[in-house]
Write a protein that binds this ligand. Structure first.
Ligand SMILES: Nc1ncnc2c1ncn2[C@@H]1O[C@H](COP(=O)(O)OP(=O)(O)OP(=O)(O)O)[C@@H](O)[C@H]1O
Length: 262
C-alpha cells in the first residue's frame, strides 16, 4: 500500500496558498542566488519548511542508488523506462572486467578491460565497491567510476545481486551512504512466468534462478538491509514508485506482502 508522504502534502497545500513563487525562491536559495534575509517575512515559515524539503530531496537525488532483486523481477524494464523518460539525469558506472572484449566493445565505454593481475591489485587496494567472478572472469565496480558518474552531474545507479549489495554495505570511502532499493516480484509464480517469458532460459536454468530468487528475497527481509522495497506486481504502478525514488524521494513506497512461494 502506498503511503502519503509529507512532500506532496506540502506541495498541494502550501504552494497553492503562497503561489508558485515559494518554490522558485527555494530553488534560488539552493542554487546560492538568494540568501535567507532576502525572503519576505510573511512567507518565512512555509519557505523554511519547503527549502529544507527541497534540500533533502536534492541530497537524496545525488546519493548512489543501489537496485537489486531476483533475476526476472523487472529491474531492466524499469531502468529502461527511467532512462527513456530522463535521458540526462541518470548514469551507470563503467565496470571493470578481465574477460576479453567482444566485437564492437570499447574500453572505457562498455567496460574497462584489464588483466587478472591488474584486477587483483585493484582488489588489494580496496578500489572496488563490489566484485564477483563469473565463468572464470572477474567483474567489478570501482569507487572511482561511481564518482565519475556523480561528477558528470548524473545520479549513479547500480544494478546488483544480493552478494553485491552485501559487499557495497561493507565498502569504506563510499560516504554518504547509498539508497538501497529492492525490486520484489509479487510471488514466485509470476517470477517463473516472467523468466519463461524472457524466452532465453532452459527449464533447469529457470529452476536455478528461482532457487536463487528465494535466497535473495529472504535476504531482502533482513531488517535494515533495504531502505525501500517496491513490489513489481503491476508495471505501471511499480514504475511510478520507482521513478519517485530515483528522482530523490526516499520515503517508504511499499509494505512487503508475505512471500507467496507458489
Ligand atoms: N509488472 C510486470 N508484469 C508482467 N511482466 C513484467 C513486469 N515487469 C517486468 N515484466 C517482464 O518480466 C520479464 C523480466 O523483466 P526484466 O528483464 O526487466 O527483469 P530483470 O530483473 O532485469 O532480470 P535480469 O536480472 O535477469 O536481467 C520481461 O519479459 C518483462 O517484460
Amino acid at each position: 500500500m502506498a503511503r502519503v508522504t509529507m512532500v506532496p502534502y506540502l506541495l498541494d497545500t502550501i504552494v497553492p496558498y503562497f503561489g508558485e513563487d515559494i518554490l522558485r525562491i527555494c530553488f534560488l536559495r539552493e542554487a546560492g542566488v538568494l540568501m535567507d534575509e532576502g525572503v519576505d517575512s510573511q512567507i518565512q515559515p512555509a519557505y523554511l519548511i519547503l527549502s529544507r524539503l527541497v534540500a533533502r530531496r536534492h541530497v537524496a537525488f545525488r546519493l548512489l542508488l543501489v537496485i537489486s532483486g531476483p533475476s526476472g523481477t523487472g529491474k531492466s524494464t524499469l531502468l529502461s523506462r527511467l532512462f527513456l523518460a530522463h535521458p540526462d539525469k541518470f548514469g551507470f558506472s563503467v565496470s571493470h572486467t578481465t574477460r576479453t572484449p567482444r566485437q564492437g566493445e570499447v574500453d572505457g565505454k562498455h567496460y574497462y578491460f584489464v588483466s587478472r593481475d591488474t584486477f587483483q591489485n585493484l582488489i588489494q587496494d580496496g578500489a572496488f565497491i563490489e566484485h564477483a567472478q563469473f565463468s572464470n572472469n572477474y567483474y567489478g565496480t570501482s569507487i572511482q567510476t561511481v564518482k565519475d558518474v556523480a561528477a558528470s552531474g548524473r545520479r549513479c545507479i547500480l544494478d546488483n545481486d544480493s552478494q553485491g549489495v552485501r559487499q557495497i554495505k561493507t565498502t569504506k570511502g563510499l560516504e554518504p551512504n547509498p539508497i538501497y532499493l529492492f525490486i520484489s516480484p509479487p510471488n514466485m509464480k509470476s517470477l517463473r512466468e516472467r523468466l519463461k517469458g524472457q524466452g532465453s532460459e532452459s527449464e533447469s536454468s529457470i529452476r536455478t534462478r528461482l532457487n536463487t530468487a528465494v535466497k535473495e528475497i529472504d535476504y531482502s527481509r533482513t531488517p535494515g538491509v533495504h531502505d525501500i522495497i517496491i513490489v513489481n506486481d503491476n508495471l505501471d504502478r511499480a514504475y511510478v514508485a520507482f521513478e519517485r525514488v530515483a528522482l530523490g524521494d526516499s520515503s517508504p513506497v511499499d509494505d512487503l506482502p508475505p512471500l507467496d512461494n507458489n
